[in-house]
Design a protein around this ligand. Structure first.
Ligand code: FAD
Ligand code: UDP
Length: 385
């Protein structure tokens, strides 16, 4: 490629890279080239219509939820939303019961008719207090005791991470609360909605700017020498960037089995979890619940966790954090490279957190460029969404 003299080269067209591309192009009038080694934009949030015409998420279910109004305001420039509150059932003892564990879970599993106070007593009687909660096992045992831990968390976590919960940081299972009321929503965030026309459409709108050029099927390693740019923004795996100098950082992967079945509805909710270790997959997603699409058939995804394959999850445990810090020190020494996103900063971030991180980084870059920190409202004029 000829020397196009880009101000910024951005590696990765997921949330991290795309938010920064949009802000730099529209907010600061910079010339941006954004590349991705995949054949599409959107990163792991990419969705598309399958052969049967059903909207599916190629990399598993992505549900948008946040408490940060400024992140909603920002993304609302590029999409309208449809209301969706996520509900998950777990397949336990041949029942489908709500997860997070709640009043209904306890009553259904044990054939009881407890009220909220009764459920609190039930759990308190089983909880095994742990003085110093450090692991993902401690968190759950401390709240609900060993029996429920084994039914809902032990097998699922061992499959998902290839590690026992006792080997994982407490932050992993802390993502899933325990409730004594009948609230069966997976998330309690104020804003729970899905992009009305899907994530990919939202990314297309974000990147639709004359200052932004997009190059797909392009690995940074292949094209780095052919492009001239002033500053690099990198959202791929940080250990790969530094040629694994200190060894590989563990990232957990998944294999997805996508299928369409000849019934209008397969399961009662968007996601059913399978904690049983004898079943190879962790969960089944049925997208029509998430998207509201009507169709005579229905599309499903089974998730099979794996050590090999595309990196999806940083693995939260102390020794990995220590290794990451060594890479982070190398990253901080690079003046004209910025590391952003789930893979490059090795953080188990949700989509809204990645958007927040990217906007904060934009403010820093803008300050360096202009001497003034702009508010993120410094957007392109108007928006029709
Ligand atoms: P990514 O989306 O991973 O984007 C990075 C991009 O960089 C990729 O497209 C990759 O191909 C590209 N890339 C990497 N290296 C190179 C290179 N060398 N050259 C060129 N391109 C490169 N979050 C939620 O908020 N709600 C959910 O329900 C939810 N569900 C999830 C379900 C699954 C199965 C997974 C894996 C994640 C889920 N997430 C969810 C998290 C969400 O996917 C991430 O927070 C978000 O996608 C991270 O964006 P990112 O830009 O940091 O990374
Ligand atoms: N988890 C579990 N059983 C469940 C749901 C979650 O053991 O039914 C544990 C598991 O370790 C999982 C973690 O809690 O990785 C966080 O769950 P979450 O749904 O947030 O995972 P993600 O959507 O990020 O894969």
């Amino acid at each position: 490629m000829a020397d196009a003299g880009f101000d910024y080269l951005i590696v990765g067209a997921g949330f991290a890279g795309s938010v920064l591309a949009e802000r730099l192009a529209a907010g600061l009038n910079k010339r941006v080239l954004i590349i991705d080694r995949r054949p599409h934009i959107g990163g792991n949030a990419y969705d598309h219509y399958n052969d049967e015409g059903i909207l599916i998420h190629r990399y598993g279910p992505h549900i948008f939820h946040t408490n940060a109004q400024r992140i909603v305001d920002y993304l609302s420039r590029f999409t309208q939303w449809r209301p969706y509150e996520h509900r998950v059932l777990a397949h336990v003892d041949d029942n489908l019961v709500p997860i997070p564990i709640n009043l209904t879970t306890i009553n259904r599993l044990y054939g009881l008719g407890l009220d909220e106070a009764g459920a609190a007593e039930f759990l308190a009687a089983r909880a095994e207090p742990v003085a110093d909660i450090r692991t993902s096992e401690d968190v759950v045992i401390n709240q609900v005791g060993r029996e429920l831990y084994e039914k809902f968390f032990r097998g699922y976590t061992r499959k998902q991470w290839g590690l026992d919960p006792s080997q994982l940081d407490k932050s992993v299972t802390s993502r899933v609360p325990t409730r004594t009321n009948a609230d069966d929503r997976y998330f309690q965030d104020e804003f729970q909605r899905m992009p009305l026309h899907g994530y990919t459409r939202m990314f297309e709108n974000m990147l639709d700017h004359p200052n932004i050029k997009i190059m797909l099927n392009a690995d940074f390693a292949e094209i780095r020498k052919e492009i001239s740019y002033r500053h690099l923004i990198y959202s791929g795996p940080i250990d790969e960037f530094f040629d694994y100098r200190y060894g590989k950082l563990p990232y957990r992967s998944l294999a997805f089995r996508h299928e369409t079945v000849d019934v209008p509805q397969f399961q009662p909710v968007g996601v059913v979890n399978y904690p049983d270790e004898a079943i190879a997959y962790t969960r089944i997603t049925e997208y029509k619940h998430l998207t509201g699409q009507t169709h005579a058939r229905t599309a499903l995804t089974y998730e099979f966790p794996s050590a090999e394959g595309d990196p999806y999850y940083p693995v939260p445990r102390a020794e990995n954090a220590e290794l990451y810090r060594k890479y982070q020190a190398l990253a901080e020494a690079r003046q004209n490279v910025t590391f952003v996103g789930r893979l490059a900063t090795y953080r188990y971030y949700n989509m809204d957190q990645v958007v927040g991180q990217a906007l904060a980084i934009f403010n820093k870059l803008a300050e360096a460029e202009t001497g003034v920190a702009p508010p993120i409202e410094l957007a392109r004029a108007g928006s029709s969404y």
